[in-house]
Design a protein around this ligand. Structure first.
Ligand SMILES: [Zn+2]
Ligand SMILES: [Zn+2]
Ligand SMILES: [Zn+2]
Length: 736
């Protein structure tokens, strides 16, 4: 199964956010925004690309629901058009503040476009009202069951009042669409907050895909200094802002500064909208930052003492002032009107938001230092005023995006709401640093990612009980921790750190009925009627003896006896050598064999030992001056065994005999794995064939068998009451 994301807007651009996601037959439209930089058909997402059933006039059957993340027009601007003109009648979900503030934004936009600029009307006031009737408001962290299969939940996103990230779940498939968000709190809103969800897909904004911001304090000081300098010299400050968000953030900052510096210069809000917006902030105080909420009982941060309503006639009044005016990117409306009059004076200051959409005056001012700006064919504006670009923004910076992606660790990431070259850089970072597949689709492209489907398995009581056994691990505190501790108590001794790494080992089996079950290892033995086997490796190793010729001549003609004698002498020498060179483990020298942990080596006198290596012609390496050592070891001592074998093979028998060993380690390993496959014995018990391998092992005939494969399976839905983080399993469950 797959999750298909059709990007209708904000693909490699900022504007008209709209992603239509299809999960297991459910189709959700995330955001329905408009592009502020266009006036033609490009201002809306191309809704005709949404798959529709035949003869369907509206989108009621093809779209399960619409989710709006926040009230900005690039996220909600096309909504009345889609519902009232295209005819979508289904449910629309948004938070309470977004429901309260969206109609104000839409109405303000409609007025600017139609009444002041004489554009053709896209939707009427009536349309906006009718559209809002379809909205179902949701609370943060409230799980909403849209229908029997689709579940959604909103999370706090910072950014602007009421902004939310949305989680959606259909079956086992899960995803989050962030909308716009901020990972650091500002003066009026908190930082984004989300649970550590298990996600197939994260769709994230990436406005500042490559920007890393320094301390907020320094940026605020820079802004205040620029404003103060301007008004002290008698200039006027124009702060074009979105009505909601930046205006409140900057006004809290200025109020505070005005009080501290005892400034009397008036601060104005342009008519209507912004003051009305402040009222909403006062009403929706629970959605604001912790600090604003805490001081609320004594002082409402949105009661601006120094701020007054601005009257159009004051535009030409002499003397300094600070004016907040909409819209933020000087794309039209009142901020443009004021800009026309104030820009020609070098005494004045215009601040710009951190981001301006292409096509707006704000964008033109940001690119280079223009002295003239063409408004239209007949109007040109002289720009002599100072320009200050605000470097704080309600959007997360690149570090914040990386932090969120790392925190959620989804299986796939889609970046939207950003600029193509920067998105490509961030995409590369997410893939290389976090190892997560990432996409940055253009508009009208579809990204398809696989979705999770859990195969459920029942857990046996014994297995569940075994999960509750503590598994304490003791480790020394890291030097970092010690450093942190020693700040207070200088002579503290390094302590032991105890952690409970509780993970149970079980075996996933498939029963005759094809039902899967996780059982305890002991249970499996009972089910199979088997005893526990120890997996053991064996290798018959050839050791050149060289200078022991002398020993041969003194003994009798019995070659076998001679070899045995040479072997046991060699064993003594080897034992001495190992004791000298080998620090790991105790070498125990028995008369006929050596032991190090589970590793055991003895002289092999068999003609056809099955653990011997063959040369290229299928003939065993024969040499008068060589002796075989039969070695065996348990899986746990794998590394140690090869260290000992390598010492055996490079054992210098004589000062003059220092030639390289006949076999390289690589060829030994290659052959060993071949033997493993050849000697593998499969279970005769048919129904367990796919899940377990076993091999008899007798004392005198060690065999090489395939070790059990260790894999980790994710916890299944039915494991209620199971508190193990993950169940380690002895078989590979992929086939199941
Ligand atoms: Zn926004
Ligand atoms: Zn946006
Ligand atoms: Zn052997």
């Amino acid at each position: 199964m797959a999750i298909d994301s059709l990007v209708l807007g904000a693909g490699q651009e900022v504007g008209k956010s709209c992603v239509v996601v299809t999960i297991n037959g459910k189709r959700i439209m995330f955001d329905c925004g408009m592009h502020m930089g266009y006036l033609d058909h490009r201002r809306y997402p191309d809704f005709s690309r949404i798959p529709k059933s035949q003869n369907e006039s509206n989108f009621d059957h093809s779209i399960t629901c619409i989710i709006i993340t926040h009230f900005h027009l690039d996220h909600v601007g096309a909504l009345p058009y889609f519902t009232e003109v295209c005819g979508y009648q289904g449910p629309i979900y948004m938070t309470y503040p977004t429901k309260a503030l969206s109609p104000i934004m839409l109405e303000d936009y409609r007025k600017v476009m139609v009444e002041r600029r004489g554009e053709e009307e896209q939707f009427s006031s009536h349309h906006i009202a009718e559209c809002m009737k379809k909205v179902v408001p949701v609370d943060l962290k409230q799980t909403v069951q849209v229908d029997k299969d689709l579940q959604i939940r909103a999370y706090y996103a910072g950014h602007v009042l009421g902004a939310a990230m949305f989680y959606a779940k259909v079956g086992d498939a899960t995803m989050v669409y962030t909308g716009d968000y901020n990972m650091t709190p500002d003066r009026h809103l908190g930082a984004a907050q989300i649970d550590r969800l298990n996600l197939d897909l994260l769709i994230s904004e990436s406005t500042y895909a490559t920007t890393i911001r320094d301390s907020k304090y320094a940026r605020e000081r820079e802004f205040l200094r620029a404003v103060h300098k301007c008004v002290a010299a008698g200039g006027k400050v124009l702060i074009p802002t979105f009505a909601l968000g930046r205006a409140q953030e900057l006004c809290i900052l200025l109020e505070d500064y005005w009080e501290r510096m005892n400034l009397k210069v008036p601060i104005y809000f342009s008519a209507g909208l912004t003051l009305q917006a402040n009222m909403y902030y006062k009403m929706l105080i629970s959605w604001t930052s912790q600090k604003v909420k805490e001081t609320y009982s004594t002082h409402n941060a949105f009661d601006f003492k120094n701020a007054h309503k601005f009257d159009r006639s004051m535009m030409h009044a002499p003397g300094p002032c600070v004016l907040f005016a909409t819209p933020g990117m000087i794309s039209g409306g009142f901020s443009l009107e004021v800009f026309k009059h104030w820009a020609p004076s070098a005494m004045n200051l215009v601040t710009l938001p951190g981001y301006c959409v292409a096509g707006t005056i704000g964008h033109k001012l940001m690119s280079g230092k223009p002295t003239k700006i063409d408004l239209d064919k007949d109007t040109q504006i002289d720009v002599r005023c100072q320009i200050h670009q605000l470097s704080f923004s309600p959007h997360t910076d690149a570090k914040g995006i990386m932090d969120l992606v790392k925190f959620l660790s989804p299986k796939h990431v889609i970046l939207v709401h950003g600029e193509k070259p920067r998105m490509a850089i961030l995409k590369g970072k997410i893939q290389s640093e976090l190892g997560i597949q990432c996409y940055d689709p253009a508009n009208n492209e579809t990204v398809s990612v696989p979705s999770t489907h859990y195969a459920k398995a029942v857990a046996s009581d014994t297995f569940i009980r075994s999960c509750s056994n503590p598994n304490f691990k003791f480790s020394k505190r890291s030097s970092e921790d010690e450093h942190g501790l020693s700040l207070g108590t200088r002579n503290s001794t390094p302590g032991l750190q105890v952690s409970d790494e509780r993970a149970a080992e079980g075996v996933l089996v498939m029963e005759k009925s094809k039902k899967t079950k996780v059982v305890h290892q002991e249970e499996l033995m009972l089910m199979l009627g088997e005893k526990k086997h120890q997996v053991q490796f064996a290798y018959c190793c050839l050791v050149q003896t060289g200078n022991l010729k002398e020993a041969k001549s003194t003994s009798g003609n019995d070659d076998q006896l001679c070899k045995s004698e040479r072997g046991s002498r060699l064993l003594r020498r080897l034992s001495a050598k190992l004791s000298n060179e080998f620090s790991e483990g105790n070498i125990q020298d028995f008369e006929d064999h050596l032991e190090v942990a589970s590793f055991r080596a003895s002289v092999c006198l068999k003609e056809n030992c099955p653990h011997r290596l063959l040369d290229g012609h299928g003939v065993r390496n024969k040499s008068e001056e060589a002796v075989y050592f039969c070695c065996s070891w348990a899986m746990a001592d794998e590394k140690l065994a090869w260290q000992v074998i390598s010492i055996c093979q490079n054992f210098p028998m004589h000062e003059q005999n220092k030639g390289p060993s006949t076999l390289t380690r690589q060829s030994i390993i290659g052959l060993r794995s071949f033997q493993m496959v050849a000697d593998l014995e499969r279970s005769t018990c048919e129904e367990y064939k796919r899940t377990t391998h076993r091999a008899p092992l007798s004392e005198n005939k060690p065999r090489v068998v395939q070790p059990y494969q260790h894999v980790v399976v994710e916890p299944f839905g039915d494991f209620s009451g199971l508190d193990a983080a993950a169940a380690a399993c002895l078989v590979d469950p992929v086939d199941l």
